[in-house]
Design a protein around this ligand. Structure first.
Ligand SMILES: NC(=O)C1=CN([C@@H]2O[C@H](COP(=O)(O)OP(=O)(O)OC[C@H]3O[C@@H](n4cnc5c(N)ncnc54)[C@H](OP(=O)(O)O)[C@@H]3O)[C@@H](O)[C@H]2O)C=CC1
Ligand SMILES: O=C(O)[C@@H]1CCC=N1
Length: 272
C-alpha cells in the first residue's frame, strides 16, 4: 500500500542540517505549499520553485496551517524565533526540533506553554539519506504526529526513539557530532601520511578513500566494528604496531570518552 501524501511543512532554518533534511523530504514528495523561513537566500537557492521561501517568520503567509514545524536554527536563535511562532502552537501541529541542547520544557515555555514537541538529533550524513536520528516525544504528542515525524526522519536515514529526554544530550555528542570526529580522522591520517613523505595529493586521496571505504564496509557488514578491525590486524604485522599506540589506555579509548563527556556537558549547558 502506498504511503499517504505528506502534509505541508514549515521549516525554520535551512542551513546545513535543515537543507539536508529538506532534500530528503522533497524526494518523499513534499507539497509545494511547504514554507521555508531562511534569512540567507543563497541557502535555499537549490530548492527554488519546489517550496515557498520567506526570509523571516513575520512573512509566513497568513492562514498557513502546517502539520509540522521543523525547528532547525541554531539553539542561540530559539529565544528570538520560538515566541514568534507561538500563535501556530495548536494540538494539531507538531514541532520537530533538531536544536542541540534545547529541551522540550524550555522550548514549550517559549512557544506559549501548549506546544506538542518532539526533540530530535540527526547528523549530516542525512544529506545522502544515510543519517542517524534519535528522537524523543514530549507531552501531548499524538501517535499520528509521532508517525509523521518518524516518516520524516526515516526519509533522511535511520531513526530511533527514546523515552528519556536526557539521553538526547549524549546522543548529540555521539551521533550528532560524530561525523566531525570521523572527518578529523581523515585529516590526521592525511597529515601522518605527509609526515612519512607521501606526496600531498596521494596523502589526501588515501586518507579520504580509506575513511570512506571503511565506513561503507562497516555499513554493509553485520560484523562488529571490533571484528572488522581484527580482520585488518595480522598477528605480528604492521597494523598491530599502530593499534598498540592508538589503543593505549590514555590514547583513543580515554580520549573519545573525554570528548563525548565534554560534548554531552555542552549540550546540557545549551538547555533551556
Ligand atoms: N550541523 C550539524 O551537524 C547538526 C546540527 N544540528 C542542529 O541543527 C541546527 C542548525 O545547525 P546547522 O544547520 O549546522 O546551522 P546553520 O547555521 O547552517 O543553519 C541555521 C540556519 O538558520 C538560519 N536562521 C537564523 N535565524 C533564523 C530565523 N530566525 N528563522 C529562520 N532561519 C534562521 C541561519 O541563517 P544565517 O546564517 O543567515 O543566520 C542559517 O541559515 C542547530 O540547532 C544544531 O544544533 C543538529 C544535528 C547536526
Ligand atoms: O555542534 C553542534 O552543536 C551541533 C549538534 C551536533 C552537531 N552539530
Amino acid at each position: 500500500m502506498s504511503e499517504p501524501a505528506l502534509p505541508p511543512l514549515l521549516l525554520i532554518g535551512c542551513g546545513k542540517m535543515g537543507g539536508a533534511m529538506l532534500a530528503g523530504w522533497l524526494e518523499l514528495g513534499l507539497p509545494p505549499e511547504t514554507v521555508v523561513v531562511e534569512p540567507n537566500a543563497a541557502a535555499v537557492s537549490a530548492f527554488a520553485g519546489r517550496v515557498r521561501h520567506v526570509a523571516s517568520i513575520a512573512e509566513i503567509p497568513a492562514g498557513f496551517a502546517p502539520a509540522a514545524i521543523i525547528l532547525a536554527t541554531k539553539p542561540q536563535e530559539a529565544p528570538n524565533a520560538l515566541p514568534a511562532l507561538a500563535h501556530l502552537a495548536k494540538p494539531e501541529v507538531v514541532f520537530l526540533s533538531i536544536m542541540a541542547g534545547r529541551t522540550i520544557g524550555g522550548m514549550n515555555a517559549m512557544l506559549g506553554g501548549k506546544a506538542r514537541i518532539i526533540r530530535a538529533m540527526p547528523n549530516t550524513p542525512a544529506a545522502l539519506r544515510l543519517g542517524f536520528t534519535v528522537a524523543c516525544a514530549g507531552p501531548g504528542v499524538s501517535a499520528e504526529q509521532r508517525a509523521l515525524s518518524d516518516r520524516l526522519l526515516g526519509a533522511i536515514g535511520e531513526a530511533a526513539w527514546v523515552e528519556e529526554e536526557g539521553l538526547i544530550d549524549p546522543v548529540t555528542a555521539v551521533s550528532g557530532g560524530g561525523p566531525a570526529y570521523v572527518f578529523l580522522l581523515a585529516e590526521v591520517m592525511e597529515q601522518a601520511a605527509l609526515a612519512q613523505g607521501l606526496p600531498a595529493d596521494l596523502a589526501r586521496r588515501m586518507a579520504r578513500a580509506t575513511v570512506a571505504g571503511s565506513g561503507a564496509l562497516l555499513g554493509a557488514s553485520t560484523e562488529d566494528a571490533a571484528q572488522l578491525r581484527r580482520n585488518v590486524t595480522s598477528p605480528k604485522g604492521t597494523t598491530e604496531r599502530a593499534l598498540a599506540v592508538l589503543m593505549r589506555e590514555e590514547a583513543w579509548p580515554a580520549l573519545m570518552q573525554e570528548a563525548i563527556e565534554a560534548a554531552t556537558a555542552r549540550s546540557r549547558e545549551l538547555a533551556g
